[in-house]
Design a protein. Sequence first.
Length: 143
Amino acid sequence: MRLFTIGYEGATQADLVAALERASVRRLVDVRQLPLSRRPGFSKTPLRLALAEHGIDYIHLRALGTPPAGREAARRGRYEEMATIYRATLAHPDALAAAARLRDLAADMPSALLCFEREPAHCHRKVLIDEALPDAEVEHLFA
């Protein structure tokens, strides 16, 4: 299984769409707990509509997002603490179900995981892949 990740920090919506198209991504899986952004075009509805114009599906898996304490740890640069908090989140039944759905989605068509953080080592996307999709071949776009 091949999987992409992308963090939109410092990018425009057009940059994101172009990167997804270059990688032949057909589905974007939003793994933010809260799919809202101060950056224009990155909140759930405008992003979903823009992606649809380019033939890219959008799916939001809220249960795979980072809880507030994890986001706060990441903002403070405490990435190991964020990872510990996030691993505990992944043990919840709704997260386990969402992770199973993510595996099915990623196996179905070329997909990318979306979050804000550009650097995968500082984002829960890496923890999610390590825990839920350890056999995936991963390419981090914008890294």
